[in-house]
Design a protein around this ligand. Structure first.
Ligand SMILES: *Cc1c(COP(=O)(O)O)cnc(C)c1O
Length: 355
């Protein structure tokens, strides 16, 4: 149990109105959660303070060797006024898996959840209520030792910031165009691909810029060794419906284990659909697209929830998926997951946690 000190802002910002488009990740609430770590002392000084700039030494290790982790989850306002979190236990478990991988001290799960609940409660009035909007929660930890040498830091700063958000992609639920990258790679097995850490994103920028220049909104990564097998999209996992079967790449160490991915798999299975977690080659997809058995494709992630994919491009080859529109199953998953998140549909036990 954390003993959280609270310092309220004396200068509250205006809360965005219902007509604000809430461009993803641009507006931050009045407060943030902070907690420090020091070897020998452990995690200490948990506090809620006004949202503010942080001061770090230029030599702080995070700037040089990238020892940092992050998470992303959302809070929703139900019609009855309750504030709901979606499967926060999964994010917290993943956060500590990431921490272990990159030598950051773990945060006890119950303390982590308490911190999330406390900061969300504090800025609850910022949770937008228009359909498709929510309060994005971004916990992260950075290495703060002022030291230019490679080793795990002895001091860390854990922060949670909050941002009211609308659609992640300007397209909303409209199908996105995806670029299959066959030159650059994002992650390799044994690396940090299954950890939620900035390193994976910096590795992805170059291909993302290339894809954007060609008019594609996201990159679909192939495996880093053979560059043959589908792994995932920049910030989403990927699903295909081929001949009535739901297929998604098996978690292999270089794919981020998405909470939305796991939710899609569980829901599809509960509806009696066959789901296969296995290796999927780009070749298999092209064949399925050509012979008409590729019925649907969608990405899954907290930010966009479900993002239908209308086109895939690899090199000079361009494939339209079915009629290029929103697939039936993609729509059903979107409706069901968001329905559960908003407390309108009863999901599996424990998926929704009240703040
Ligand atoms: C966060 C993330 C996802 C999606 O995970 P969710 O838990 O569903 O939000 C997928 N891929 C990468 C690389 C990610 O960082």
């Amino acid at each position: 149990m954390l003993n959280i000190r609270v310092e309220k802002t004396t200068n509250p910002k205006p809360i965005p109105g219902a007509d604000n488009p809430l461009t993803f990740g641009t507006i931050f609430t009045d407060h943030m959660f902070a907690m420090n770590y020091e070897t020998g002392k452990g995690w200490h000084d948990p506090r809620i303070i006004p949202y503010q700039a942080i001061e770090l030494q230029p030599s702080a290790m995070v700037f040089h060797y990238g020892q940092e982790m992050f998470e992303g989850l959302k809070a929703y306002k139900a019609d009855d006024g309750r504030t709901l979190l979606f499967r926060p236990d999964k994010n917290i478990e993943r956060a500590n898996n990431t921490n272990r991988r990159i030598c950051i001290p773990e945060i006890p799960a119950e303390d982590f959840l308490q911190a999330i609940k406390a900061i969300v409660k504090m800025d609850e009035a910022w949770i937008p209520t228009k359909p498709g909007t929510s309060l994005y929660i971004r916990p992260f930890i950075i290495a703060t030792d002022p030291f230019l040498g490679v080793r795990p830091s002895d001091t860390y700063l854990f922060l949670i910031i909050l941002s009211p958000v609308g659609a992640y992609y300007p397209e909303g639920l409209d199908p996105v165009k995806i670029w299959i990258e066959d030159d650059y790679v994002r992650a390799v097995r044994g690396g940090v691909g299954e950890a939620k850490t900035g390193a994976n994103y910096v590795a992805s920028l170059k291909a993302q810029v290339k894809a954007h220049d060609e008019g594609y909104s996201q990159v679909l990564w192939l495996d880093g060794v053979e560059r043959k097998y589908i792994e995932e999209v920049g910030a989403m996992n990927i699903f295909f419906k081929i001949n009535g079967t739901v297929v998604t790449p098996k978690l292999n160490g270089s794919i981020l284990p998405g909470v939305t991915r796991d939710s899609c798999i569980q829901l599809c299975r509960s509806w009696g659909l066959p789901v296969e977690e296995r290796r999927v080659s780009a070749e298999e997809l092209f064949e399925a697209a050509e012979n008409g058995s590729l019925e649907e494709c969608w990405g899954s992630g907290t930010a966009a929830v479900i993002s239908p994919v209308g086109h895939l491009r690899c090199g000079e080859k361009v494939f339209q998926i079915a009629d290029g529109g929103i697939g039936e199953l993609s729509q059903k998953l979107y409706d069901t997951v968001t329905g559960i998140q908003l407390g309108k549909i009863e999901g599996p036990a424990g998926w929704v946690v009240e703040v």
